[in-house]
Design a protein around this ligand. Structure first.
Ligand code: SAM
Length: 291
């Protein structure tokens, strides 16, 4: 009866056995606290029917806890050196499939079709490599995948920005991008001491529940996201200022004013005060005015 992989002693033992070094360039900070991981798995709502996608299994710390609760775990790991390690450390579990893949270059929906049953509930649970947190999450959200929700351990600062509300300093285009696709909240804080090696920053578990339909109607998605980015362009400037600067080739100040007035939005406000509904309304009005 072995201790969990997510313990300082087992992690050291595995690292020594294989002469592994932690690759900072791949964001390798392994979890060494199995109590925290159990909580992560519980909060993710994993049941014996759930199919789980994991990104970056490392030496299997989280994979093991998932394997105990889930129906099937499909894990994508970029670091070739870890494949024999995982084969060994996860040998007690028959419901784990590890694939040697860069998640950013993976057709995840193809893997879902090939590995999971039709209509099976699919969730993503991962301790993400911090250097590509945003690209990974945006890929999962935009692909689009047949998943119900995503629970990820990420840098706390990024988790706070993704789940931020208007009129806070964390609120920005990243909050809107993520909240357009999901209901987003921080469910747990995780101290640096839960990792080996310890990162320099605090972490948190962010839970993203996919919307069945977007919370707002948007005429043209690329234009909506362009407008949101432009509105936060220079945070201290007014909406009017940021918009006239960004759209100067296409729209005059007078024209922008006219659109703002038509939807009763005060151009002296700052981007950070607008809700996702207000951004959608503004994007749709500007879009039809332009076209
Ligand atoms: N899940 C393990 C744990 O909790 O201990 C390891 C988490 S560690 C923060 C991130 C893992 O992601 C590492 O194993 C790293 O090799 C892997 N990784 C980094 N970039 C990746 C990519 N593009 N695709 C798949 N895995 C990646």
């Amino acid at each position: 009866h072995q201790k969990p992989i997510a313990t300082p002693s087992r992690t050291k033992e595995i690292v020594n056995k294989y002469g592994l070094s932690f690759k900072k360039s791949l964001g390798q900070n392994f979890m060494i606290d199995s109590n925290i991981l159990e909580k992560v798995v519980t909060k993710a709502g994993i049941t014996e029917d759930t199919a789980v996608i994991e990104i970056g299994p490392g030496i299997g710390a989280l994979t093991e806890q998932l394997a105990k609760q889930a129906n099937h775990v499909l894990a994508f790991e970029i670091d070739q050196r870890l494949l024999p390690v995982l084969k060994d450390s996860l040998s007690p579990y028959s419901n784990v499939t590890v694939v040697h893949q860069d998640i950013l270059k993976t057709d995840v929906s193809k893997f879902i079709q090939e590995n999971f049953q039709m209509n099976q509930e699919v969730k993503v649970v991962a301790n993400l490599p911090y250097y590509i947190t945003t690209p990974i999450l945006m890929k999962l959200l935009m692909d689009p995948l047949p998943i119900t929700d995503i629970s990820v351990l990420i840098q706390k600062e990024v988790a706070d920005r993704m789940s931020a509300h208007p009129n806070t300093k964390e609120y920005g285009s990243l909050s809107i991008a993520v909240q357009y696709y999901t209901d987003t909240r921080v469910v747990m804080n995780v101290p640096k001491s839960a990792f080996m090696p310890q990162p320099n920053v605090d972490s948190a578990v962010l839970q993203l529940k996919m919307h069945k339909t977007p919370p707002v109607y948007v005429e043209d998605e690329p234009f909506f996201f362009e407008l949101v980015q432009a509105s936060f362009g220079q945070r201290r400037k007014t909406l009017m200022n940021n918009l006239s600067r960004h759209f100067k080739e296409q729209l005059s100040k007078e024209e922008i004013s006219e659109v703002l007035q038509a939807i009763d939005l005060d151009g002296r406000r700052r981007g950070e005060s607008l809700s996702i509904e207000e951004f959608a309304q503004l994007a749709n009005a500007l879009y039809s005015y332009k076209n």
